[in-house]
Design a protein around this ligand. Sequence first.
Ligand code: 5AD
Ligand code: SF4
Length: 512
Amino acid sequence: MYNETNLDKIEVNAEPPIEEPARQYYFMAKCREWVREFERINGRRPSFFTQTFGCQMNARDSEKLSGILETVGYQNTESEQADFVIYNTCTVRDNANQRVYGRLGVLNRYKKSNPQMKVALCGCMMQEPTIIEKLKKSYPFIDLIFGTHNIYKFAELLYTSFETEGMLIDIWEDTDKIVEDLPVERKYPFKSGINIMFGCNNFCSYCIVPYVRGRERSREPREIIREIERLVADGVVEVMLLGQNVNSYGKNLDEPITFAQLLQEVEKIEGLQRIRFMTSHPKDLSDDLIAVMKQSKKICRHLHLPLQSGSTRILQQMNRRYTREQYIELADRIRREIPDIAITTDIIVGFPGETPEDLEETIDMVRRVKYDNAFTFIYSKRTGTPAAAMENQVPKEQVKEGFDRLLKVVQDTAREQIAKYQGQVMEALIEEAMEEKHSAEEKHSMEERHSMEERHSMEERHSPENNVTMVTGRLSNNTIVHLPGDASLIGKIVPVSLDECHGFYYIGHICR
Ligand code: 5AD
Ligand code: SF4
């Protein structure tokens, strides 16, 4: 955590400041008094548990929630039977919503055995009015509900909920505000996500994100650079620049700047070794970006370029604003300019009106572009999106059959792509030791995404076949490599010989 504001110096009996983030620090100081009182009465600090559903944006938001909870004196725990439990929800597909409802039933039981327990919900799901109605009616034991636009107000909401009986709900429809400089508790000491923009203006017809995350807002480049410089000073070597569509970064700033220009500025930060970013919309990916990536020493050789469908007709219905041919041309251009790049993608199966012929076009596209990995999703109808009102929804059985067929091709293609590196020496950032247990949160996000790499992690990584301690590293192109080593390597970038390709990952050894 890098904010130096000293809570002890804050006058908690004065009126709360109007300015942000001063106002939130004031409420953090108030919360800390509450925590101290809890500690005095109970002889222990209160514990908290966060569960993140969904994407990297949510993961980063959860680090901000943890940052505030730790600043005010709560203690992190891996157990859901904590004094404060917060779910940071996702609503991109319905299965994430269903999981939240399932978990809430369990929390209700925990809360009955610990009356001090508080339950909070935030994130994308909370931006949907019908969901709030359902929660009010069926889950009255929830203490605090807030949305995506006012997450920066968490300290204030937390304090207000201490003072409030029953359910406290604060949801904003939209915001143009970005509050900087609040505490963050990073999950990894050596790598970090950085929000560069919030919201999305694209309105793909199946997607709920623009409705729950609001309009596109970019952070000022100097704020981004300042944040990364501080992270680097704190031991971070790899950053992931986050936005729903990073390629339209900076367009609406008072002094407009392009994403390619931002990357060049980030590249200059001394001590920073790797730069990643997510997600790129194909319609906005510029030649400048390709040129900047090509000459960069720090930008990783990985581009996530969501395709969604290989059929121009379906792409039009999805409001993606590119054709099959334009995508192929773009992918070819990228591979020509940066031959060692890995291209990954997102694909939706079962969009309304999708015929077996359309799906064939998608499958053909996977073979042509030779994706290094692909996240494949079954279309999920999201109330309020244009696609939900389309009449020709595809029958479930047809979707399932098509999904399985696509997955097989995705896996075959990815295997071939990954096998190309056999015998080479590449740099890997060592991320974890194999014995480490995955948190429930990670397991859920793994189940959520049909990623081969991640599934492999779940199934095989925790069963080392012999007694040699192993660590897991990530190559610039995002491929995973396991190698002998111990926890002292975590956070270091080391040259690794890629000895054996095991489908979606390598076994290697450090090669000096
Ligand atoms: N159904 C299925 N998948 C979806 N995605 C977004 N909305 C939906 C939906 N309604 C997928 C897209 C996007 C990824 C983050 O989630 O593939 O790129
Ligand atoms: Fe959703 Fe499309 Fe925006 Fe991505 S670009 S968040 S798929 S609307």
